[in-house]
Design a protein around this ligand. Structure first.
Ligand code: AMP
Length: 566
């Protein structure tokens, strides 16, 4: 539907045309006419559907010039970023309505500056509930002339514990008002707010066959415990997304992963709630402009980040909530583009969790093997060769001829020089490609000088145990990373694991009484023959590789083999 069929004023249509929107999205076509009539609306729609314009255009259109110095519209958003972005959009929508003055107020920013802005006559406030409440209490924000209140991402605001603030804010708002609520999901708490605070609301929604965005292709990779960072690196190198977001479940993980990727030469930065507003804004600006191309974030920090060109989303950690999966992958495949979402899982528990997500979202998440080191190296090599061919064609580095002649006068051939230069360049490009075959030992990886000892766990081949179960249990119980553990040998009735000697007490303590694969285990220092469980002689299973021999062998794009769909 065209925007001029929706009843919006001329000035707004001009602004919309200038922004470049051609047709209204489904939620806009449904919600805008109702909002312009002043109806209470419940909009069920996810981020990426154009919902900000769905409520923002009518909000800008509704401002009464006669009362231009009073706050007439209040938009509540769950995060600072979302508030800032919605405010920016409102400024664009009202470019030809000079008396419309949007203003963002959110926590973590200088309150005095916000007070000055409010005094200057802001009439649309976009804010986070906590800070809005703060201004109300300080009497720096007056809502007695308010005509419309909009709750954006209402479900997320409730998840973040803003219910009380929202209810309190609603007490300060005149009864005669328009109440609008947008939410990706409609849990009972949202319905309760609707029935208590809205008047005869019309529900509009965007029908979706599957709950995830159709324009996002979804893949998953099963990797050995402790190898997710290597796997992520491999995927980043193989697919080379221009802009990507990586999701972790904790701030700590965001920091750790950012550090590792930066050390490997990736242009990555982390984003989480503990960061100062100023550094968050810097990171986001760098990401938007492409100076950084990998943003590593927690779910909460990533709320409302509005970047259209993200072409890949990586779930480093499985999201703790099914809805988060939808939000995460909704960061890509926006504004008519396609995107890819890659989930990395380790161990059975995460496989089950992903299955649950697939069931919940009705999405087709395709299992793939990781691209191999050889695939990635071949790709990088091709890239170098293509560049060389292009440069030969353009003559860009032709001034190297002088140096070549110099070397040839010393007796080297042109072939020798060219081959060496190519080799140097290719080795530089492929230096950071991880190796997936070799096991990782603590002594090498963590730089630990300490010796290792073996512990013995009372489960073996007879208990259908696999190395990744053992490693998963060790990581879970001890809080250490997979890299701290060495070789895992599975015997018929027991298993030995190399562990750092310095941590042996902690590991034995932490593992005592735990279960692996549903079976209670006993654990002790290995004394050479595993007598307690078997009396068996040393029938070794051949010193299994840590990764269980599962590393990828696959087709060129890393997505072709062993397709299994959830
Ligand atoms: P939102 O759901 O509000 O987060 O919007 C997602 C993205 O879609 C934003 O970057 C908007 O600029 C863009 N967008 C919103 N409405 C339209 C439209 N009618 N046509 C094209 N892009 C749009």
């Amino acid at each position: 539907m065209l925007f001029n069929e929706l009843g919006l004023p001329e000035e707004i249509l001009r602004a919309v045309a200038e922004i470049g929107y051609e047709e209204a999205t489904e939620i806009q076509a449904k919600a805008i006419p109702l909002l312009l009539q002043g109806r209470d609306v419940v909009g069920r729609s996810q981020t990426g559907t154009g919902k900000t314009a769905a409520f923002g255009l009518p909000a800008a259109a509704s401002i009464d010039r006669e009362m231009q110095r009073s706050v007439q519209v209040l938009i509540l958003c769950p995060t600072r970023e979302l508030a800032m972005q919605a405010c920016e959009e409102l400024c664009k929508f009202s470019a030809y309505l000079p008396y419309v003055k949007p203003c963002a107020i959110y926590g973590g920013a200088d309150i005095e500056r916000q007070i000055t802005q409010l005094k200057k006559g802001a009439n649309i406030i976009v804010g986070t509930p906590g800070r809005v409440m703060d201004h109300i209490r300080r009497h720096t924000l007056h809502l007695d002339c308010l005509r419309t209140i909009i709750l954006d991402e209402a479900d997320e605001m409730l998840n973040m514990g803003f219910r009380e603030d929202i209810e309190e804010i609603l007490q300060y708002v005149p009864e005669e008002r328009q109440t609008v609520l947008f939410s990706a999901t409609m849990p009972p708490q949202i319905m309760a707010i609707t029935s208590e605070y809205q008047r005869d609301p019309v529900v509009v929604g965007v029908e979706q066959k599957s709950r995830t965005v159709e324009s996002v292709a979804q893949f998953y990779y099963e990797v050995p415990m402790g190898r997710k960072t290597d796997a992520l690196q491999m995927l980043l190198l193989a697919f080379e997304p221009k802009l990507s977001m990586v999701f972790c479940n904790t701030k700590h993980m965001v920091d750790e992963l950012t550090e590792e990727l930066v050390a490997k030469g990736f242009r990555a930065a982390g984003l989480h709630g503990d960061m100062k507003q100023q550094s968050r804004t810097q990171v986001l600006n760098a990401f938007r402009s492409g100076r950084l191309n990998i943003l590593i974030a927690t779910d909460v920090a990533a709320r409302g980040i509005d970047v259209d060109d993200v072409d890949a989303v990586f779930n480093y950690d499985i999201p703790q909530d099914n809805e988060y999966y939808i939000h995460r992958i909704g960061r890509t495949g926006r504004a008519g583009k396609t995107g890819c979402a890659y989930t990395i899982i380790s161990g059975r528990k995460q496989a089950m969790e992903l299955k649950d997500i697939a069931r919940f979202t009705k999405a087709d998440i395709i299992r793939c093997d990781l691209p191999t080191r050889d695939d990635v190296i071949a790709k990088k090599t091709d890239r170098v060769l293509d560049k060389v061919k292009t440069y030969i064609g353009s003559g860009k580095y032709a001034d190297g001829e002088y140096q070549l002649e110099k070397l040839m006068s010393e007796g080297f051939t042109a072939e020798q020089v060219a081959a060496t230069l190519l080799g140097m360049r290719i080795s530089k490009e492929t230096r950071t490609v991880p190796e997936f075959i070799k096991p990782v030992f603590r002594t090498k990886d963590s730089g630990g000088k300490g010796k290792s000892v073996k512990i013995e766990i009372s489960l073996g081949r007879q208990n259908r145990i696999a190395p990744n179960f053992i490693l998963g249990a060790l990581v879970d119980a001890t809080g250490m990373t997979g890299k701290n553990f060495g070789k895992i040998d599975i015997y018929d009735r027991f298993t030995t694991v190399e562990v750092p000697e310095a941590d042996k007490e902690h590991i034995l303590d932490a593992m005592t009484g735990t279960k692996i694969n549903g079976q209670k285990i006993k654990v002790k220092l290995y004394e050479g023959k595993g007598a307690d469980y078997s009396g068996e002689k040393d029938f070794r299973s051949g010193g299994r590789r840590r990764d269980g021999g599962k590393s990828g062998r696959n087709g060129k794009d890393g997505r072709s083999n062993r397709r299994k769909r959830y």
